[in-house]
Design a protein around this ligand. Structure first.
Ligand code: SF4
Length: 76
């Protein structure tokens, strides 16, 4: 089976979600994965790519680990 979008992890398509209510604008996510995360005019995280290619996955993983308020996660 071929995924339509997102990462294939044990045949489950994984997308990224962000919680801008939690976001404190530290920008670590943007630093490690600028193709995927940015900051909007209010200084809150903005998801630039909901279903990034597998080649960016390690950077997204790192961004999730680095976010001090757990505002970034995978949706399943
Ligand atoms: S690292 Fe977390 S708190 Fe900082 S901008 Fe990204 S989502 Fe927001």
């Amino acid at each position: 089976m071929r995924p339509l979008s997102g990462f294939l992890e044990s045949e489950v398509v994984v997308k990224i979600i962000v919680d801008d209510d939690l976001c404190a604008g530290h920008a670590q996510c943007e630093d490690v994965a600028p193709e995927v995360f940015g900051l909007n005019d209010q200084g809150k995280v903005e998801l630039l790519m909901e279903d990034p290619p597998e080649s960016l996955r390690r950077f997204v993983d790192e961004a999730i680990q680095l976010c001090p308020v757990d505002a970034v996660s995978f949706a399943r």
